[in-house]
Write a protein that binds this ligand. Structure first.
Ligand code: V47
Length: 378
């Protein structure tokens, strides 16, 4: 049983706490007040209250594999350590057969999702991405393809000279199941100009997700924090996401992403090398409180380390993504988290937090397993 009220050390949170307990929507000013408060335990209590109201002690996880078909990218975003120019050391582009081979490496039936994202390649035609999806579907028909950020979709529209809707329709026909949440970064134009000048802006990012939702595709959303953004920029970002979700109900999960400085240009503009545990947990809690229409908040352990991600389950997060075989984007930016976790390791983190592990597919449908088979309950 939850106590009726949180213990508040920061009395400025009083009226805000009352709103949360009453299930009322928080405002922009409330969001800024949450970020300005150092009463992390009160924020955590409130976020956990909302989390338990929705999900009880259930914590979701999935078994997925990341595939990054190319790191060659025409953009030169200051935040990124992954992208390379075509002739730079370490640049790679997978032939389709290679991508299919990597997808199947150490293959187990347990995998229910491929998470596919890559650079904006100057020479690959749109057909490459369609063939990639078709080939994966042919070889792994039961696996959900969560592929291509809105930034990539916008780029394909540009190279193929097609409207966004048409690009999404063709990708869906080829096997696309949903869109991941990357590329959102921070919507505020002044920040975007510095950290990812070459990416589509907020309006285009939101339009692509709106169109995907309209076509019946679900998607996720992210926010990159811990660089040059202000509390106001973060709240603005979250409320723009909340606004679109009010319209479409197409988002499944929000994932706060902590900026990793190593090997990035942006790293030279910030004072610290990494975000703190306090900052990571605060972002999870504020997201849970402001995004009242998002079903799920994900603690992405690759980004926040398994230790902090586990604690985040008490600060508003209800989802631990995932087994994540071979993550590259964060590891190129110096992440010291492991490259993968087993199902058993994830289940242990969840159980130790006193929660019930709930294996899901990408669309949060339950996955049940016997010794020999895997079933997604539709
Ligand atoms: O958009 C890139 C971020 C994102 C760095 O939808 C960096 O389920 C920190 O979106 N430091 C890609 N962040 C990852 C992503 C994601 C991850 C997990 C699950 C889902 C999902 C989506 O990674 C990029 C960018 O915001 N990123 N470089 C960096 N140096």
């Amino acid at each position: 049983m939850l106590p009726e009220k949180p213990r508040l050390d920061d009395f400025k949170l009083q009226s805000l706490a009352e709103k949360v307990l009453a299930g009322e929507r928080l405002t922009f000013e409330d969001g800024v007040a949450l970020y300005q408060s150092n009463d992390l335990l009160a924020l955590g209590w409130l976020a956990n209250y909302v989390r338990e109201r929705r999900h009880g002690k259930r914590t979701y996880f999935n078994v997925n594999r990341h595939i990054n078909p190319t790191n060659v990218c025409v953009a030169s975003c200051k935040l990124c350590a992954f992208g390379r120019k075509p002739d730079a050391p370490g640049a790679y582009t997978m032939a389709l057969e290679e991508a299919f081979r990597i997808a199947g490496e150490n293959w187990t039936e347990a995998v229910t999702e491929f998470h596919i994202v890559g650079g904006l390649h100057p020479d690959l035609p749109f057909e490459y991405y369609l063939d990639l999806l078709r080939g994966l579907k042919e070889r792994f028909p039961s696996v959900h393809l969560k592929a291509f950020t809105a930034v990539e979709i916008g780029y394909y529209a540009h190279i193929a000279q097609l409207p966004i809707r048409e690009v999404l329709v063709r990708l869906k026909e080829a096997g696309l199941g949903s869109l991941p949440g990357g590329g959102a970064e921070i919507f505020a134009p002044a920040v975007r100009r510095v950290i990812c000048d070459h990416k589509i802006g907020a309006h285009a990012w939101l339009k692509i997700h709106r169109t995907a939702h309209d076509l019946g595709l679900h998607s996720n959303a992210t926010m990159l924090y811990g660089h040059i953004e202000s509390a106001e920029d973060r709240v603005d970002h979250l409320l723009q996401l909340r606004g679109l979700q009010d319209e479409t109900r197409g988002f499944l999960t929000f994932i706060p992403l902590a900026f990793h400085t190593p090997n990035t240009e942006l790293g030279k503009l910030v004072e610290h090398h990494e975000t703190t545990g306090f900052m990571d947990l605060k972002n999870v809690a504020v997201a849970r409180l402001l995004l009242d229409n998002f079903p799920h908040i994900k603690a992405y352990w690759v980004m926040m380390t398994p230790r902090v991600a586990q604690v985040a389950l008490k600060f508003g997060a209800d989802d631990l993504d995932g087994t994540v075989v071979e993550e590259k984007i964060y590891h190129d930016a110096g992440s010291t988290s492991p490259q993968a976790m087993t199902r058993q390791q994830i289940i242990r983190l969840i159980r130790e937090a006193g929660h019930e592990p709930f294996e899901r597919d990408t669309l949060y449908r339950p996955v049940t397993r016997t010794e020999t088979s895997v079933t997604v309950q539709v």
